[in-house]
Design a protein around this ligand. Structure first.
Ligand SMILES: [Mg+2]
Length: 277
């Protein structure tokens, strides 16, 4: 076990009041097919100290069940009900904010099924709006059709901003890359971009957690999504150095706490468990 890093009084107080942790996936709890250092210990400390968690991911190319299985295969017992993806946030947004009934979806089966299960009609003919996700089944004819619909004035939504997904064989074009192709073609930016760091993703996660923002910390490896989501929505932010960010970049990230890995966070949570009700 690693010794806890030294903390300021502010950090100690912040850790003591934490009741829920929002967790990024890649670079934070897993790296490729393996759990990150200390991740197993971290989840056991959450359980021992009565803290809850919600995994928060922008990746909507696979279902919650598939996300769960990937994490279980990495040795982390995380069930689908403990995961929130940008697909669920998009479904909520379309219904509650835009009052949308029909959508053309450029997205993988998991996104299409989530939207359909939430009562949205999936159609390529006169949809109320176009939804663009991480479309791992992208088809040129449908990309072209989506551009035509958007050029004619339809609203359109991107489920998250990420342009590249780090795969085991290199970077994959993600939602942001497909969104960019449509924007360049049509001359129109999406009307809204959800996922991290949007406030809709944060609000959905906060509501699901059942805790107030001052009791929640976002833990991730990217300043531009994970830390920004926290800072824009009144949450504490921890940056782990097991993914996209090195210690030099972490210094200007705005995170409240910078940690080598989740094992170090586990030790801090054990040491600061003072406000447990
Ligand atoms: Mg990440």
């Amino acid at each position: 076990m690693k010794a806890p890093a030294s903390q300021t009084p502010y950090q100690a107080q912040l850790l003591s009041r934490l009741r829920c942790l929002l967790l990024d996936v890649d670079g934070t709890i897993v790296r490729g097919s393996d759990a990150t250092p200390g991740a197993g210990e971290f989840f056991s400390v959450l359980q021992r100290t009565g803290r809850s968690f919600l995994v928060v991911t922008n990746n909507n190319s696979i279902s919650l069940a598939q996300h769960s299985q990937r994490l279980i295969d990495a040795g982390l017992d995380i069930q689908p009900q403990n995961i929130l993806s940008s697909a669920e946030v998009a479904a909520d947004f379309l219904k509650a904010q835009w009052h949308i009934h029909s959508v053309m979806v450029l997205g993988a089966r998991a996104l299409r099924e989530t939207l359909s299960a939430n009562g949205l009609n999936l159609t390529d003919e006169n949809p109320d709006c176009v939804v663009v996700g991480f479309d791992t089944e992208l088809c040129y004819e449908r990309l072209k059709k989506a551009c035509f619909i958007i050029e004619q004035g339809s609203r359109w939504l991107a489920t998250h901003p990420d342009v590249a997904m780090p795969g085991s064989d290199g970077f994959w074009p993600d939602c942001g890359a497909i969104t960019a192709a449509i924007s360049i073609t049509t001359g129109r930016e999406p009307d809204i971009v959800l996922g991290k760091p949007s406030r809709y993703m944060a609000q959905t996660a906060i509501t699901r957690s059942g805790f107030s923002p001052d009791q929640i910390m976002m833990v991730g490896d990217r300043p531009e999504t994970d830390v920004l989501l926290a800072k824009q929505n009144g949450l504490a932010a921890a940056l782990v150095l097991t993914g996209a960010c090195d210690r030099d970049q972490a210094g200007t990230s705005g995170a409240d706490i910078v940690l080598d890995d989740l094992g170090q966070l586990a030790q801090l949570l054990l040491a600061h468990n003072g406000d447990k009700p």
